[in-house]
Design a protein around this ligand. Structure first.
Ligand SMILES: [Fe+2]
Ligand SMILES: [Fe+2]
Length: 142
């Protein structure tokens, strides 16, 4: 069983965003798996890079959509994203201090942040997206 299982409760009702969230959860599960299999020494760097790159890509997608629909909480949401990326970078820079401790911290921080962010902040902006005139256009282009 995976560390985090995707459930329909996490769906924001926009397929492209759901697919990206599933991919992020898959990376979080990979990080947790490293602890179970004791493989963080060799895998941590590459998984960390993948996590940071994919997170930045995902946040850019969301921010472009929020801008498109003139989402009112855009600035606050962007700040949440920025803080999250900074936290990931800080954790990555501490890897030399001992990888196991970093993986434990990363794994619990990621799962807590990601689920709460999807359920609250992401659901909020996607509701605004669905109400906007652009939504039908977005569905067509997805
Ligand atoms: Fe977000
Ligand atoms: Fe998101």
């Amino acid at each position: 069983m995976a560390f985090i299982d995707w459930s329909s409760k996490m769906s924001v009702g926009i397929e492209e965003i759901d697919i990206q969230h599933k991919k992020l959860i898959q990376i979080i599960n990979e990080i947790h798996e490293m602890l179970k299999t004791n493989s963080f020494e060799e895998k941590l760097d590459s998984v960390f890079n993948k996590l940071i790159m994919y997170t930045i890509y995902h946040f850019r997608t969301e921010e472009a959509y929020m801008e498109m629909v003139n989402y009112t909480n855009l600035e606050d949401h962007k700040k949440q994203h920025e803080k999250f990326v900074n936290k990931l970078k800080r954790l990555k820079s501490r890897c030399y201090q001992g990888r196991e401790g970093i993986v434990v911290e990363l794994s619990s921080f990621l799962s807590g942040w990601m689920i709460s962010h999807i359920l609250h902040s992401d659901k909020d902006y996607t509701e605004a997206m669905k109400k906007s005139d652009q939504h039908e256009e977005l569905k067509k282009s997805a």
